[in-house]
Each structure stands twice: as C-alpha cells, then as structure tokens.
Design a binder for this molecule. Sequence first.
Ligand SMILES: O=C(O)CCC(=O)C(=O)O
Ligand SMILES: [Fe+2]
Length: 370
Amino acid sequence: MPSRMISHAFKAYPLNHPHKYLDLNSIKELPESHEWTSASDEHPVVKVPNVKSVPIIDLNNKNAMDLIGHACKKWGVFQLINHNICKSLLEDVELEGKRLFSLPMQQKLKAARSPDGAAGYGVARISSFFTKLLWSEGFTVIGSPLEHARQLWPYDFQNFCDTIEAYQNQMKKLAEKLMWLMLGSLGITKEDVKWANNKGESEEGCAALQLNSYPACPDPDRAMGLAPHTDSTALTILHQSNISGLQVLREGCGWVTVPPHPGALVIHVGDLLHILSNGLYINVRHRAVVNRTQHRFSLAYLYGPPADVKISPLTKLVDHFHPPLYRPITWSEYLGTKAKHFDNALTSVRVCAPRNGFVDTNDNNSVKVG
Ligand SMILES: O=C(O)CCC(=O)C(=O)O
Ligand SMILES: [Fe+2]
C-alpha cells in the first residue's frame, strides 16, 4: 500500500526528545521552555475587516472551479462549504480525537511515535527546528490506526478505528475531487498528469491524518500552538471544529485569523501543488495560536500524490517565459528534504529563480540554485 512509503520518509531524520512530553493539561503557569517572544515573529496579526477574510467557497456553486483557482492564487487557502462530508462523521471523529487526547499521559505514550517513524503520538515534528516548545500534542495516522489504537485502548479500540477509517475514506474522495478542481482551473486534466493515468496501485494518492490537540493555556499570548509552517502536501483538508486558532499569512498584511465557519472545512495549498503549478498557487504559511479557556482540537487530512512518483511543474504550465522553477522530486524525498531543511526545503529543490510574476511567497532566501 503506497501510504506506507511516506511513513518511511523520516527514517534518516530521527527525532529524539522524550523529555518534551509534558502534560500540558496540568500546568498552571507557562514554563520558560514554552515562552515564545513576540519578536520571534515579524508579522502583525491583522483583523478582518481591515483585511479581507479567507474566501468561503460553496462546492455546489457552478463556478466553484474558478473560485477555487482564484483563491489558490491569491490566498493558498479557502473554506469549503457543501462538501458533502456528513455532519455526524465530523462530530464523531472530533469526539474520538478528544477521547484520545484526554487519556492519561502514560497511556498515550504507549502509542508514542518512534524517533524515526511518522505515525503515533508525539510532539509536532517541526518542533525540532525551534528552541522553544509548542503548546500542543499530536497523533498521526498513516494507513490503519489499528496497531496504535490497540495500545491505547486494549479492550475498546474498535470505535476509534471505524470512525477514523470512515473519515479517511470520505476525505480521500474529497481530496481527489479538490485536486482536480484546483488543477482544472489551470487548464490541467487527468490526461496531462502521467501518474494519474497509471493503472495499478501507484495511481493512488497517499495520505496521513494528523490529529492536533491544543490544551487551554495559562499565558496564550506568549505561547505557540503550532509554529508557522507550510504543509508538505499537495493539499490539506483541515477540520478545525468551532474554536478559533488557525491563522494564515497574507503577504504584505500579516496573520489573518480563519474564523471557524459552521460546517466548513479549511483547504490549504501545500508545497507539492505549489511545485506542480510552477509557483502559480501559494503554499499558504499558517500557524495555530492557543487560548486561555478552551481546549482546541483540529484534524488535518494531509493528501499528496503517490509517494514514489516524481512530481515537477506540469508541462502545460511551462514554456520559454515560464521555465520550470523546481526539479522533479517524489513526495517521499520531499518529506526527507523538509525534515532536514524545513523552511528552506523548497529553495533546495528550486532550479530557477522566479520571473514574470511567478513568486514563491514563502521564500526568504531567494537564491538561484541552478
Ligand atoms: O490546528 C490548526 O488549525 C492547524 C493544524 C496544521 O496546520 C497542521 O496540522 O498542519
Ligand atoms: Fe499545517
């Protein structure tokens, strides 16, 4: 099964910090280890209506494809309504996630992610790039959740597994639909994408499910739930339930909060769609902030192409005036690159400086590499 291959992507980049498993739910004062200074981020938080809000797109709208394409170019993110994911499934998966994070720490650690693994309970992988710790905990599912669920609930794992699997199935269909709408808006059809036409299992996209928990925080203004990053996916489908915390970076403005909209899912353009679109789509930079009174939960479906096929800027989007900005790379290789270079991962696969309006908005070191 192809998704196993993304679980191997971190083998060469083990992450070892068992001392970081603090039980955030029981801490009454922000420890120095979790104190982030505001100076560590140069962008202000801007308020809607001072800046336009993230677009909300109705999947039933007959112009949905164009609206999606426009949002991907301008924002790299949009909220999706009428997506057809049933409300009770969204509620159930949230309940199961909360049930997991409310287990005692000793129990959660039974399903701890191994240092060189990708699945299981642990701190966000990106935390290794920061000196301060994040106010969050996570649980990653790749393929079947059964093995870890058995460790968490030896006699009561079935409900969790059934709910997660039902959610994965629904998300996969939605992610595929969205990817073709996003690419369709650039004039790309399945015929233009070699791996989408391969028969056999490698035509299947890969995915992981990331459950995030952000306990209420005694000093939220000085803490960080999830540090700024772009997703190493083609696209991400985020279910952020009804508690605010997600912020996206709008170039030239600052951090814009994505307010929870009833029933909406948040769609991020990830690094791989940025590569496929030859820089036309913004891989949105985002972060999660925390709050004083409420425990926030979010669930990210991380979707990408088959892990072992090389992806590169699509031929139809490349010509003499728009040379390919990135060299071919597989998702698996890209995850390794991200684990090593984090924010400079895209620069490290860039072969050509952007020109004629093709911009990598996340790149602070626009060095010509090729
Ligand atoms: O919790 C959120 O709102 C953001 C989560 C996220 O960015 C991620 O899991 O990659
Ligand atoms: Fe993310």
